[in-house]
Design a protein around this ligand. Structure first.
Ligand SMILES: CCCCCCC/C=C/C(=O)SCCNC(=O)CCNC(=O)[C@H](O)C(C)(C)COP(=O)(O)OP(=O)(O)OC[C@H]1O[C@@H](n2cnc3c(N)ncnc32)[C@H](O)[C@@H]1OP(=O)(O)O
Ligand SMILES: NC(=O)C1=CN([C@@H]2O[C@H](COP(=O)(O)OP(=O)(O)OC[C@H]3O[C@@H](n4cnc5c(N)ncnc54)[C@H](OP(=O)(O)O)[C@@H]3O)[C@@H](O)[C@H]2O)C=CC1
Length: 284
C-alpha cells in the first residue's frame, strides 16, 4: 500500500505502545522504516513487546516506562528518548484508561484515573515534547487517538467522553497555535477495534460485544492494520497539509447512532412490503 521507506528514520514515540492498537501501529511504522520508542507503566510488558517487535519487523524499539499522569516522569521519558535517538519527530498519544460504569457509582479517584491518563497524560506528553521542538527550532507532529464520542458524548463512559473531548479540543487549538513552529496536530477517532484492554473493560460479556458489533453498518469490527495504515498515512511527509483534522475510522458506527431511522436496517423485506403499502395508502 505504501512505499517501504514512507517513515524512514522518523523517530516516533507511542504512549501505550506495548499492547493493543499502540503496538499494532508501532509494528506498521517499523515496517515503513521508523525508529520507535514505546512507553507505558509496565516495564516488563514493554521489554517483551519491544523484543518481539524487533524480532518480527526488524528496526529499533527503545522502551521507557512512564506513567503519563506524572508530569515529571513524562519530561524524563521525553528527554531519555530524545537523548537516545538524538531527536524526536512524532508523538502518538495513544495511552488511555476507560471502563463502563453508571456515573453515579464512580468515586472521585475513578474519575481522576481516567482524566489523568487521557486528558492530563496526553497534555503533559504534548507539552513536554512541544517545548523541546520549539526550543530546538524544529517542527514535529502529534497524532492523538480519541474516539467518536469525543464529539457526541456517551453515557456510561463519562470520564472518558469528557477527557477525549478535551483531547480533541487541544488537538484543534494547538494545530492553529503551533503551526507557526511547524508542528502539526491531528487525531484519529476509531470505532470498535478488538483489543484485550478495551474488551475486558468495555465489552466484558459476549452480549455486550455483540451489541457493539450490531451498531456498525458494515457489520464488522475494525482490523488493526486498517487503523495502522491510516495512522502511517497521516504521519507521512506527503500528508503535510493535514493539520487540525480528526479522521473517523468506524465502519459508519457513529452516524448509524445519529440517524433516527438507522435501526430500520433490521426490518425484513416482507415487513418493508407491508410498510410500503401502509405508507403509500396513508399518503393518498
Ligand atoms: C466494545 C466497543 C469498544 C468501543 C471503544 C470505545 C472507546 C474506547 C476507549 C478506550 O479508552 S479503550 C482502552 C481501555 N484500556 C484501559 O483502560 C487500559 C488502562 N486501564 C487501567 O489501567 C485501569 O482500568 C484504570 C482504572 C483506568 C487505571 O488503573 P489504576 O491502577 O491507576 O487505577 P485503580 O487504582 O485500579 O483504580 C482507580 C479508581 O478507579 C476505580 N475503578 C477502577 N475500575 C473501575 C470500574 N470498572 N468501575 C468503577 N470504578 C473503577 C477504582 O475502584 C479506584 O477508585 P477507589 O476505589 O480508589 O475509589
Ligand atoms: N480498541 C478500541 O476499540 C478503541 C480504542 N480507542 C483508543 O485507542 C487507544 C488504544 O486503545 P486500546 O489499544 O484498545 O487499549 P489498551 O488497553 O490495549 O492500551 C492502552 C495502553 O495504554 C497504556 N496505559 C494505560 N495507562 C497508562 C498510564 N497511566 N501511563 C502510560 N501508559 C498507560 C497501557 O499500558 P500499561 O498498562 O503498561 O500502562 C496500554 O498499553 C486508546 O487511546 C483508546 O482510547 C478508541 C476507540 C476504540
Amino acid at each position: 500500500m505504501f512505499r517501504s521507506d514512507l517513515l524512514k528514520d522518523k523517530v516516533i514515540i507511542i504512549t501505550g505502545g506495548g499492547s493493543g492498537l499502540g503496538r499494532s501501529m508501532g509494528e506498521r511504522f517499523l515496517e515503513l522504516g521508523a525508529k520507535l520508542a514505546i512507553t507505558s507503566r509496565n516495564a516488563e510488558k514493554l521489554t517483551n513487546a519491544a523484543n518481539e517487535m524487533m524480532a518480527e519487523k526488524g528496526g529499533e524499539v527503545f522502551t521507557v516506562s512512564c506513567d503519563v499522569r506524572d508530569p515529571e516522569a513524562v519530561e524524563q521519558m521525553i528527554d531519555s528518548v530524545w537523548n537516545h535517538f538524538g531527536t524526536v519527530d512524532i508523538l502518538v498519544n495513544n495511552a488511555a484508561g476507560n471502563f463502563i460504569s453508571p456515573t453515579e457509582k464512580l468515586s472521585h479517584r475513578a474519575v481522576d484515573a481516567v482524566l489523568g491518563i487521557v486528558l492530563h497524560g496526553t497534555f503533559y506528553c504534548t507539552l513536554a515534547l512541544g517545548k523541546k521542538w520549539i526550543e530546538a527550532g524544529r517542527g514535529g507532529q502529534c497524532l492523538n487517538i480519541v474516539t467518536t464520542y469525543a464529539w457526541t458524548g456517551s453515557g456510561f463512559v463519562v470520564p472518558s467522553a469528557a477527557a477525549k473531548a478535551g483531547v480533541l479540543g487541544m488537538t484543534r487549538s494547538l494545530a492553529v497555535e503551533w503551526a507557526r513552529y511547524g508542528i502539526r496536530m491531528n487525531a484519529i477517532a476509531p470505532g470498535p477495534f478488538p483489543t484485550q484492554g478495551a474488551w475486558e473493560r468495555l465489552a466484558p460479556t459476549p452480549e455486550l460485544a455483540e451489541q457493539a458489533l450490531n451498531r456498525v453498518p458494515l457489520r464488522r469490527v475494525g482490523e488493526h492494520s486498517e487503523l495502522a495504515n491510516l495512522a502511517a498515512y497521516m504521519l507521512a511527509d506527503e500528508a503535510g497539509y493535514i493539520n487540525g483534522e480528526c479522521i473517523t475510522i468506524d465502519g459508519g458506527e457513529w452516524l448509524y447512532g445519529a440517524g433516527q431511522f438507522s435501526g430500520l436496517d433490521r426490518l425484513p423485506n416482507e415487513m418493508w412490503d407491508m410498510l410500503s403499502k401502509m405508507t403509500k395508502k396513508s399518503g393518498s
